[in-house]
Ligand binder design. Structure first.
Ligand code: HEC
Ligand code: HEC
Length: 310
């Protein structure tokens, strides 16, 4: 009896030490600093470059969808800029993460960061203070030219002096952040410029590196590891909607769509009110971009739509 008590006492102490130890290590790893190169990217004042950046941000890259809580679609339809003041909350199983204020405000926005510091966020996933950027954005392989265009446009943004709410991670979120999350950088050699034309090659660049179509249309785990056939859909969105198959298979949502019907569908914008797909940005893509994406999707391996049990 005495022996059992002693064992219980020691197991208790060991467990306590382990739990406290994990908690201390987890806490100490919350703001880990990482190193990454500073890209030699500098904003331009050339109006053609700025307008290219405006197009990228408000069409395929849909920065406005994640970085603004305004009535984006009506502002853009009126030809006005959307204030990219952030604060949009993304509620995930690990907690709620808020997008940043990326206006030129020098207290709460990116006004206090240098051009290479902002470029490093997007290319290497490291914040100016060295902490990891949660990988919501797919821009790691963006060409120098496109990154310069986006940055040049950001620098024209009027300052909005609103702080973003602090991220609210739960216990699982703290553990994931401490032990699993690492900065994500480029997966291929960065190109100086990518020629916009209606080829599948350009479409592939847009789909993976700018529009993040794969991020929603390929099945993956909660921590972001891809497990499904590319573009076969079946990904459960936070609102419970499941993404459709967009491969050329006969069970695909877009089977039989011509290039023109694909373009026409995008021009209609959002049809399902609570869809997570940023249609109102995507509808602003030009014909060359949409043709290229269509051409690329035709080259994807056909994959069957998985039946989801109810
Ligand atoms: C799918 C949603 C999403 C899209 C699209 C998106 N962002 Fe973000 N962005 C976020 C989130 C969420 C954060 C905060 C990440 C964090 O806290 O680590 C963020 C952070 C940033 C930061 C970091 C700011 C800082 O203070 O360190 C920059 C810069 C940025 N985004 C620029 C852009 C630009 C430019 C675009 C479009 C080309 C864009 N984002 C598109 C969600 C998005
Ligand atoms: C944030 C998640 C998300 C992203 C990013 C996304 N989609 Fe979707 N997509 C969805 C969801 C959810 C649906 C189903 C609801 C709907 O039709 O709006 C959908 C539907 C579609 C449809 C079927 C439309 C119809 O009318 O049947 C096509 C085609 C499509 N997406 C293509 C794309 C392409 C191309 C891209 C990249 C340029 C893309 N999606 C990016 C979530 C996403």
């Amino acid at each position: 009896m005495k022996k059992l008590k002693r064992i219980l006492k020691w197991t208790g102490i060991i467990l306590l030490v382990l739990v406290t130890g994990t908690a201390i290590v987890t806490a100490s790893r919350q703001n880990m600093k990482y190193d990454a190169p500073y890209p030699e990217i500098h904003a331009s004042k050339d109006s053609a470059v700025i307008s290219k950046g405006r197009h990228i941000a408000n069409a395929i890259a849909h920065c406005n969808d994640c970085h603004s809580k305004s009535n984006n679609d009506s502002l853009l339809s009126l030809g006005q800029d959307v204030p990219l003041s952030g604060g949009v909350g993304f509620t995930l199983p690990v907690g709620t993460i808020y997008s940043a204020n990326i206006t030129s405000d020098s207290t709460y926005g990116i006004g206090k960061f240098t051009d290479p510091e902002v470029a490093r966020v997007l290319r290497y996933g490291v914040h100016p203070d060295g902490t990891v950027v949660y990988d919501f954005m797919p821009f790691h392989n963006l060409s120098d030219e496109d990154l310069i265009a986006v940055l040049s446009y950001l620098r024209t943004q009027k300052a909005v002096s609103t702080p973003k709410p602090a991220n609210d991670l739960n216990l699982m979120g703290n553990l994931v952040k401490a032990f699993l999350i690492k900065p994500v950088g480029p997966s291929e050699k960065i190109q100086a410029a990518v020629k916009p034309d209606s080829t599948a090659e350009y479409g592939k660049y847009l789909v993976y590196n700018v529009g993040n179509c794969n991020g929603c249309h390929t099945e993956r785990t909660l921590s972001g590891v891809y497990t499904g056939e590319p573009f076969a859909g079946g990904n459960m969105m936070p609102n419970g909607m499941v993404t459709p198959n967009i491969t050329p298979d006969s069970s695909s949502r877009i089977f039989g769509w011509t290039q023109q019907s694909f373009i026409d569908r995008f021009r209609k914008g959002k049809l399902i009110p609570n869809t997570e797909m940023p249609w109102n940005s995507f509808k602003r893509m030009d014909d060359v971009e949409l043709k290229a994406i269509y051409q690329f999707l035709q080259t994807v391996k056909p994959a069957k739509t998985k039946l989801i049990p109810h």
